[in-house]
Write a protein that binds this ligand. Structure first.
Ligand SMILES: [Zn+2]
Length: 395
């Protein structure tokens, strides 16, 4: 039972005072390394894919690998879109299998940040998916991620945080209390007092961006004051880079596989170190007992038609795959014809939803209503429709 509700995961961490690592992955080596670390430590884990990194990898291809890694794991996993830039990318992420979405509008004025977050929350909640918002601004200082986060730090304030959560219904809040994206310069100074006040005011899971480079005591201070998700990338990337550099310097062979050998292990080692420090080691078992699994739903329609010839039928189905496939929460649209001649129903749709709530939001979606009313139902009088939730997997 690998994919779980991210809200269940983070509230378990909130109540039991530990933090789950949200490790940003940029390659298969990162996915393998992070998953191996979580399995080794019996720890829940969040695999995170940052929109600001999309130039490094093909999001759709890497998501397929992440989803598969989650499915075959024995520990609880959530898949998160990190720094989502728009409602369109949030929908795409949900439909490719993300189970949590972060809205990155923290560099906009508060009203705009609230409006953008609210739009993503409406969409994601209708798909049963929680949203992380950010208030205040976590800048970049040094390292490869720094230039992606230009500008000065803006600390999160308690009053704005209260208003932001009230008006957006975001599930988790990323706060700016002194961390930076990329590497710190000098000794990091964290405003723990501010964090404590935000935690008192909101009482919901808090998130830290720029988790690299803090001391064990600082991590403890964060976790004691409501931080349940720590975004972590720079140190993983540095560990992977050091490994490659060492390979290049020591290997006689000059080829891709000898240069990248051992990268997954380097990532695993660093992720495992953090999982220990953040108190996440050994939490998988009790978390799995207390949280709901994420179970997909197959919306199945069998139908016959005597009003469309084969070409018109294929035309309608191909339009349906395109139109319905873009509705939030739709992961896949399969259309098919019966293989045997004497089947009671000759044609089918199988539409995969991320989870049960999509049954209603899909039905009410204007694109679905228009397609069903104008292109499908008038031609398919004889039809049967059933929604199936996946059987709970016993591991
Ligand atoms: Zn970030």
């Amino acid at each position: 039972m690998p994919l779980v509700h991210m809200a269940d995961m983070l509230y378990h961490a909130y109540e039991n005072r530990y933090a789950v690592g949200a490790f940003d992955v940029v390659s298969l080596d990162f996915i393998s390394g992070v998953m191996a670390a979580a399995e080794e430590k019996h720890a829940p884990v969040i695999i995170s894919l940052a929109e600001s990194h999309f130039e490094y990898f093909d999001f759709e291809l890497l998501m397929a690998a992440v989803v598969r890694a989650a499915e075959r794991s024995t520990i609880p996993v959530a898949i998160h879109l990190d720094h989502g830039q728009s409602i369109e990318s949030a929908v795409r992420a949900v439909n490719l299998g993300c189970t949590g979405i972060m809205v990155d509008a923290s560099n906009s004025p508060l009203d705009e940040n609230i409006a953008q977050t609210r739009a993503v929350v409406n969409m994601a909640h209708a798909c049963g998916i929680p949203v992380e918002g950010e208030l205040g601004y976590v800048p970049g200082v040094e390292g490869e991620d720094a230039e992606r986060h230009p500008g000065d730090i803006q600390y999160t304030t308690v009053d704005e945080a209260r208003r932001y959560i009230d008006e957006t219904s975001a599930d988790f809040l990323a706060v700016s209390i002194g961390t930076v994206h990329g590497r710190m310069k000098g000794e990091p100074k964290l405003d723990i007092e501010r964090l404590a006040q935000i935690n008192q005011a909101l009482k919901l899971p808090l998130v830290i961006h720029g988790g690299t480079g803090l001391s064990v005591g600082q991590y403890k201070g964060l976790i004691d004051n409501g931080v349940t998700k720590i975004n972590y990338y720079t140190a993983l990337s540095d560990a992977a880079g050091r490994r490659i550099k060492g390979n290049v310097e020591s290997e006689a062979n000059s080829n891709y596989t000898s240069h990248t050998h051992g990268v997954a292990e380097a990532v695993q080692h660093e992720a495992a170190r953090c999982i220990d420090i953040w108190g996440c080691t050994g939490r998988a078992g009790s978390l799995l007992q207390s949280c709901r699994p994420r179970l997909p739903v197959e919306h199945v329609i069998f139908f016959n038609t005597d009003k469309l010839d084969a070409a018109a039928l294929d035309d309608m189905m191909s339009e349906g795959r395109r139109v319905l496939g873009n509705i939030p929460g739709v992961q896949r649209v399969f259309t098919g014809h019966a293989v045997t001649e004497n089947s009671s129903y000759r044609h089918c749709w199988v539409v995969r939803f991320t989870a049960c709530p999509v049954i209603d939001s899909y039905r009410a979606h204007p694109a679905h209503q228009q397609f069903a009313d104008n292109r499908f139902r008038p031609y398919a009088g004889d039809r049967l429709s059933i929604d199936f939730e996946e059987c709970r997997m016993q591991k």
